[in-house]
Design a protein. Structure first.
Length: 160
């Protein structure tokens, strides 16, 4: 991202209040970028892709930006993909009987449960890609959206 912004390591080190050498070590994978520095950078440049990349680095799994040759990342294509994934997940979920005691679930029923879980995973991925695309395209603050979402969850007493 530093290169995309046309910044030198020295310029970035000033922005991040870190030495140029430390920036170099972070870029080479010798040092992890501290979470506070990542949050600062995401907020300053409103880069949802950096947020997702950082989450992947810290926890070892998560949403990946689609950058392969078959990916179509135009905002309308991303929206259509989300719609497709939502419909597939809803169809899959409607087939599942999760009220049944897990000890009595038959093999075919378990396969349906697992398939629905995979469809929901696809929805989560497509939803976050859509959200990141909207934030980037329309300059909506990624961090502010998540802060508002967390505030809403707290106000409804879903989280403390």
């Amino acid at each position: 991202m530093r290169k995309e912004l046309g910044k030198s390591q020295q310029q970035l080190s000033i922005d991040m209040y870190q030495s140029r050498e430390y920036i170099s070590k972070q870029e080479n994978g010798e040092r992890k970028i501290p979470p506070a520095a990542t949050k600062h950078f995401i907020g300053k440049y409103n880069d949802p892709w950096l947020a997702l990349e950082a989450a992947n680095e810290y926890i070892g799994w998560g949403i990946l930006q689609l950058n392969g040759p078959a990916a179509d990342n135009h905002r309308s294509s991303v929206r259509l993909k989300l719609e497709e994934e939502l419909n597939e997940a809803l169809e899959s979920i409607m087939k599942v009987k999760v009220a049944k005691n897990p000890e009595y679930v038959q093999s075919m029923e378990f396969q349906d449960i697992r398939r629905s879980a995979m469809e929901v995973t696809d929805v989560i991925h497509a939803s976050v890609i859509y959200l990141a695309t909207v934030c980037e395209t329309y300059n909506v603050s990624w961090l502010q959206l998540w802060e508002e979402h967390h505030t809403k969850l707290r106000s409804k007493k879903y989280v403390t």
